[in-house]
Design a protein around this ligand. Structure first.
Ligand code: ADP
Length: 263
């Protein structure tokens, strides 16, 4: 048993067939890719699945400086000695954990090279610096997420990499489900949750605003939390939903007016 059973199962509301797909992907040792904009429940889903499968989860939030060394490991100086320290990927490969590379496309290209041999029938990790090849533990699974590049500023993932994964798209849940998520996550009343979801959907449909990213479920959850803790509703929506989206003064004003009409 790797996971402490006293830790409650993370709350995750299923939106499609993602649970079944993940289970089969795990059973068949095929890496799993979650595609979709930020704040759509990708990380929460992975936490939930790790808990359901009773596996340890190691999460790495990738950014432009994330290198294969950060993942595989490095030599460090300890007193008079130089000792090898396994990185999180090496640990997961050895222990049979689930590794989640969040926003993998943001990482340096050598990260993609490093995971290639783990994503095909070989299931091995090359540790250049030690001249070693490690066979992955039977329970090891590689999971990654990325934000498809249909919006400005996000990096793409090469077809040769994408085709090594089973992939599932994540998006904003339908209003009924998103309302339930807000209520479950924050204990807010159903009516306010519904209004927040309506605001979210209204702004999502305003594609002419050209926002880099639109209202995520995460933003709505944050708004619901601060409303539940006592902040006036309109102010909560302004600071949790509108302000994070844009710095353009005209757009800010227009969005605030729109929200004031809706809550
Ligand atoms: P991502 O990894 O896609 O950026 P997260 O998994 O961090 O997004 O989700 C952001 C927040 O939205 C979560 O903390 C949770 O409160 C909420 N959330 C989104 N989708 C779901 C869902 N299907 N079930 C439960 N909570 C969700």
């Amino acid at each position: 048993m790797l996971v402490d059973t006293l830790i409650p199962t993370p709350y995750y509301h299923t939106v499609g067939k993602e649970v079944e797909v993940f289970e089969h992907s795990y059973k068949n040792k095929i890496p799993f890719l979650l595609k979709g904009p930020t704040g759509t429940g990708k990380s929460r889903f992975v936490e939930y699945m790790a808990h359901q499968l009773d596996k340890k989860l190691i999460t790495i939030s990738c950014h432009e400086e994330t290198s294969s060394t950060d993942l595989i490991g490095r030599f460090i100086i300890k007193g008079a000695e130089t000792v090898w320290l396994d990185g999180p990927l090496t640990t997961a490969v050895k222990e049979g954990a689930i590794i989640y590379l969040d926003e993998v496309a943001e990482a340096r290209p050598d990260v993609i090279v490093a995971i290639h041999s783990l994503t095909d029938h070989r299931r091995v990790l090359f540790i250049d610096k030690l001249g070693e090849t490690i066979k992955a533990h039977d329970d090891f699974m590689l999971v990654a997420s990325f934000n498809p590049g249909y919006q400005r500023g996000f990096k793409e993932l090469k077809p040769s990499t994408r085709q090594r994964f089973i992939a599932v798209s994540f998006d904003y849940p339908e209003p009924k489900i998103e309302t339930k998520i807000l209520v479950s996550e924050t204990n807010i009343d159903n009516d306010t949750a519904k209004k927040l979801v309506a605001i979210g959907n209204k702004i999502r449909n305003l594609t002419e605003l050209g926002l880099t990213e639109t209202v995520s479920t995460r933003l709505l959850v944050d708004a619901a939390k601060i409303i539940h803790s006592g902040l006036p509703k309109r102010l909560a929506v302004h600071v949790a939903v509108v302000e994070p989206l844009t710095d353009d003064l005209q757009t800010l004003e227009a969005l605030k007016d729109l929200c004031n009409l809706m809550i």
